[in-house]
Design a protein. Structure first.
Length: 236
């Protein structure tokens, strides 16, 4: 394991461009309830985007971009560029590898919360879309209700990057930027092939924290500026 020499706090605004569904769970579903609700914060009941959903999606997209065959390899065989960013779990007597990226659960911005609370929606900050599956053989219908985060909802995106190697820093940020770009050309959550879960990111900022006593403020500012450029590009 490399020495931790600093951290970079990366923030942005994630906007939902089409209704998004990241499934939650409900032990009790009364008659008339939504068949498939989205995940909510248990305290505020507002929609959230789990950090695990973001991490898993971006990692998978990057793995597909590196793949040379149609079938993806096992996660422990990911290329070095991906493994050092996202880490790997311990297997048997083999040691795991910590992730250099720490994702956060995404919560709504204050502005977005005010806008959404003023709208007439089907559920609290949610819309209900009817989906109807048709059996090809019998032509029978199977209708169901899916709760979606409405298009236009904005979330506060945040992740922290651990600086363990100055030599790999910029290459890591470039890989992350590529993953962010791929995410915006794909989807987040379920039912993406039907148009759900399109997202965009904008307004990237980065703060550099160092654990060393000696710190050149001008160099730090320049470093943050250089790091932000590929992220903005990844932000399309």
């Amino acid at each position: 394991m490399n020495q931790l020499t600093g951290k970079i706090d990366i923030r942005a605004v994630l906007r939902v461009e089409s209704g998004m569904h990241i499934g939650g769970s409900s032990e009790f579903a009364p008659i008339g309830a939504v068949d498939s609700p989205f995940v909510r914060d248990p305290l505020t009941h507002e929609p959230i985007i789990p950090g695990s959903s973001l991490k898993g999606k971006i990692r998978t997209l990057l793995a597909r971009s590196f793949a040379t065959t149609y079938v993806l390899q096992k996660i422990e065989n990911d290329p070095e560029e991906i493994a050092r960013l996202f880490g790997s779990a311990a297997k048997g007597s083999g040691g795991g590898r910590p992730s250099r990226l720490q994702f956060f659960d995404l919560r709504m911005t204050e502005d977005s919360r005010r806008r959404m609370e003023g709208l007439e929606l089907d559920t609290y900050i949610g819309e209900v879309k009817w989906e109807n599956g048709i059996d090809r053989v019998t032509a029978s219908a199977n209708p169901r209700q899916i709760e979606r985060v409405p298009a236009g909802t904005e979330f506060a995106f945040r992740l922290v990057y651990n600086i363990e190697s100055e030599e790999e820093l910029f290459a890591d940020i470039d890989t992350l930027a590529k993953g962010i770009a791929l995410l915006q050309m794909d989807y987040l959550g379920g039912h993406g092939s039907r148009g759900y879960g399109r997202v965009s990111l904008r307004d990237f900022t980065a703060e550099h924290f160092t654990v060393t006593e000696a710190q050149d403020a001008a160099l730090e500012e320049k470093t943050v500026e250089i790091l932000t450029r590929p992220l903005e590009k990844g932000g399309l």
